[in-house]
Unconditional design. Structure first.
Length: 142
């Protein structure tokens, strides 16, 4: 597993789960893997790992950007260049920042299909796609 500065340790994942929380698996390529070759499969591996450590009831998605995606709405100059000065170098910001299957509005369908291919059942996929967040916010906000 790639250990990005924004990532969480297994101990943090367990503590979060013990308190009933949900970890959002961010989908920016440079959060998921260290190189531009970071893939959709690498992203799904992060989900698998979080589910193994925290449990299926404590994992959700976190896109970190507009549902329209980054590619159709940003340029290297408008997105990447400003982050070079506002983010610490340890963030390893790169261009392009997206993983192809996780950038378009269909990203959640892509994740659902990817999880199904990995053997996840419909109910568990629904939890990861938003059910866990709904439960969490319902418990916290009433």
């Amino acid at each position: 597993m790639y250990n990005h500065v924004r990532g969480k340790t297994d101990e943090q994942l367990k503590a979060l789960a013990d308190k009933g929380g949900v970890i959002g698996i961010a989908s920016l390529g440079y959060f998921v893997g260290p190189t531009p070759a970071t893939s959709f499969d690498d992203y799904l591996k992060h989900i698998d790992h979080a589910v193994k450590v925290a449990g299926i009831d404590h994992v959700g998605l976190a896109s970190d950007y507009s549902i329209r995606g980054i590619e159709p709405t940003a340029t290297r100059e408008s997105w990447y260049v400003p982050r070079l000065t506002t983010f610490k170098p340890i963030y390893n910001v790169r261009w392009p920042p997206w993983i192809k299957e996780l950038d378009p509005p269909e990203r959640f369908r892509n994740v659902a299909r990817g999880l199904a291919k990995r053997g996840y059942q419909t109910g568990d996929i629904e939890k990861i796609l938003g059910g866990n967040w709904a439960r969490y916010f319902g418990e916290i906000l009433g």
